[in-house]
Design a protein around this ligand. Sequence first.
Ligand SMILES: CC(C)(COP(=O)(O)OP(=O)(O)OC[C@H]1O[C@@H](n2cnc3c(N)ncnc32)[C@H](O)[C@@H]1OP(=O)(O)O)[C@@H](O)C(=O)NCCC(=O)NCCSC(=O)CCC(=O)O
Ligand SMILES: N[C@@H](CCO)C(=O)O
Length: 358
Amino acid sequence: MPIVAHNDLPTFDRLRAEGQNILESDRAIHQDIRELHIGLLNMMPDAALAATERQFFRLVGQSNQIAQFYVHPFSLPGLPRGEKAQAHIDRYYEPFETVRDQGLDALIITGANVSGPGLADQPFWAPLIEVVDWAFESVTSTLCSCLATHAVMQFRYGQRRQPLPSKRWGVYTHRVVDQSHPLNSSTNTMFDVPHSRFNDVSREQFEAVDARVLVESEEAGVHLATSPDGLRIVMFQGHPEYDTISLLKEYKREVQLFANGMRDGYPPFPENVFSRKASAVLEEYRHMLERALDRGREPPLFPEERIAAGLDNTWRDTAEGVVGNWLGLIYRVTHNDRRIPFMEWVDPEDPLRHISGG
Ligand SMILES: CC(C)(COP(=O)(O)OP(=O)(O)OC[C@H]1O[C@@H](n2cnc3c(N)ncnc32)[C@H](O)[C@@H]1OP(=O)(O)O)[C@@H](O)C(=O)NCCC(=O)NCCSC(=O)CCC(=O)O
Ligand SMILES: N[C@@H](CCO)C(=O)O
């Protein structure tokens, strides 16, 4: 929430020069105070559907304790769904048409699990483009996670993601590379983000289309970039929304696929996730599992609770800071009528111009 400059204390000028969020008092008096409406297009597979809801609801809710947020989950036809997940969607999600007609201030698009690199062959490709095209004209800002970032880079900017030699999987250290952008205002300059992906869009590809690269990792590549205007499309390649246990769940899934003969080779550890002690416990589990498989016995129980108890989370507070900055920026420029993306005086090609630090 911004500080209101209600007198001429010199500190306001100093903070404004630093890029802090300072609201002029006449703007503050005339601000149309209201709730914010955020869409959540959930494309995650059935097993992760509800966990992903919780992750993004938590991130939005924890990012600011004062403003009121309404989150509207919806999904797309064409994503394969089992009976239970489909019933959940039918019961609790809104149809895209309703979301579109009522309007949104912000939209979050989750990642998705697809097989093969050919995004344009996916059954959700055309409906996803429809949502993103509508949002670009009608929603103040759209935040894309992982696969959604790859899709937008392909169909809006003509940059195809490239397969990585091996899966980028783990928790990696990142640095803010553009401290002037208000999405990074007051966040740590060095922080961690989980990644879980087979594909990559490189810094060169973002820069080739004038996207602004804001956060990058030497090991993991670009995490955060925006459309050239600085706000309308915000792109994550990592998963700052992940729970402490998400990469452990993915590792367990890979171990189970191996145990069931559905994966070649025992999975490696996700990087920088397990302590030395946890790694030793998991190595021991591997020996027990391989012995059981050799002897045609039932696999032993995966030591999930024991490992989970010792996991650290080194990314959540910065994730909340970035999301709080994002929603604060949206609030500053969005129209009081939520079907209209910007107030009359905001230039959609340069929406941050009148905001400190923009
Ligand atoms: C890893 C699994 C399979 C784990 O699900 P399971 O149902 O098997 O888990 P489980 O051990 O049986 O445990 C069930 C309990 O754990 C919760 N749970 C399940 N998954 C969770 C997760 N990821 N994080 C936190 N909690 C999770 C469930 O809600 C449930 O909670 P309750 O019991 O309390 O209800 C799932 O999360 C999953 O499919 N994740 C997919 C992640 C993914 O695909 N990421 C890629 C997107 S990245 C991308 O976009 C690709 C880009 C590219 O390809 O390059
Ligand atoms: N952007 C509006 C707030 C949302 O109604 C204002 O600053 O007045």
